[in-house]
Design a protein around this ligand. Structure first.
Ligand code: SF4
Length: 289
């Protein structure tokens, strides 16, 4: 395992980014820069990251970057990967997309995965369409309030990583901006292998979820500690990752109520709702085990 202190200190997220304070994408992109540097050729569909990337003289990402239409990220990366192979150019296509793009671009995501096209896809999941006004996406947490689910989202969270696993992706992992060393180890592993590599990165968003911008890492860690976000990796076999392992034992978990009550998007939930969510979390653990 490469320690954070031993990684490159070259900055790929530049000062003056237009992201909100406490933005989880910035944390994830910094980690990506430390591991892959400019070998990562970013393919970015519409989302908060395109705002962070900026335009021309206000660009705040140093990666080579293609901004592409919403649904096309993995399809563009397929083309890039073929071109790199044919022309012998350096670079690993990295699709950096939000959960919204993974809804709207699901067909291209599924197609690239089924073909095992050579790329890394990272879905930085802030559980809603944030940059257009906090509309619910397929991965919005069950019962969370958004502008399109004012009484709480009725549908359960779509499990993208398991869906990619069922596509027989070469490498699949979940990660969290609260555990950057774990995310970095997974990026290191994804960098080493060829084929379709998928990482689902949990990315709590201060304005969208309703918590203070100083608490992004804390909220991300609470999600793992209460078992609502499970860190795992499939690399030939499926393993629960180290930060999540203690919470396989239900008695060691942080009470879900603490995670829920720390966020404005859940303010309307009753104790009964929280119990229902707890049951779903137990089922998820059982399925993964
Ligand atoms: S809305 Fe959330 S994800 Fe988007 S830039 Fe702001 S903090 Fe980052």
């Amino acid at each position: 395992m490469v320690a954070i202190k031993d990684l490159s200190k070259e900055k790929f997220v530049l000062p003056g980014t237009t992201a909100c304070q406490g933005c989880p994408h910035v944390l994830g992109l910094k980690a990506l820069g430390m591991v892959l540097g400019d070998r990562a050729v970013l393919v970015v569909p519409a989302g908060c990251t395109t705002i962070i990337a900026g335009l021309k003289d206000r660009a705040s990402l140093k990666f080579p970057l293609l901004h592409v239409p919403f649904a096309s990220g993995p399809a563009v990366a397929t083309g890039l990967s073929s071109a790199f192979k044919r022309l012998g150019k350096y670079g690993i296509p990295v699709v950096w997309m939000g959960d919204g793009a993974s809804d709207i671009g699901f067909a291209t995501l599924s197609g690239a995965c089924i073909r095992k096209d050579d790329m890394i896809v990272i879905v930085s999941d802030n559980e809603a369409y944030m940059n257009t006004g906090i509309q619910a996406s397929g991965t919005t947490f069950w019962k969370a309030k958004t502008t399109t689910s004012p009484a709480g989202k009725k549908e359960e969270k779509k499990d993208l990583a398991l869906i990619m696993l069922m596509h027989r992706a070469d490498y699949v992992a979940t990660a969290s901006v609260g555990y950057l060393q774990d995310f970095i180890s997974k990026l290191e592993r994804a960098k080493e292998i060829e084929g379709f590599r998928f990482i689902h990165l949990h990315s709590p968003c201060p304005p969208g979820w309703g918590f203070d911008s100083s608490e992004t890492v804390e909220i991300a860690r609470m999600a793992v500690k209460c078992g609502a976000w499970i860190l795992w990796e499939f690399d030939g076999e499926l393993k629960i990752s180290a930060p999540s392992r203690p919470y396989a034992d239900k008695s060691k978990r942080l009470p879900l109520k603490e995670y829920i009550r720390a966020q404005r998007r859940f303010r309307h939930l009753s104790d009964e709702d929280i119990k229902e969510i707890e049951k779903k979390i137990d089922e998820q653990w059982k399925a993964l085990k």
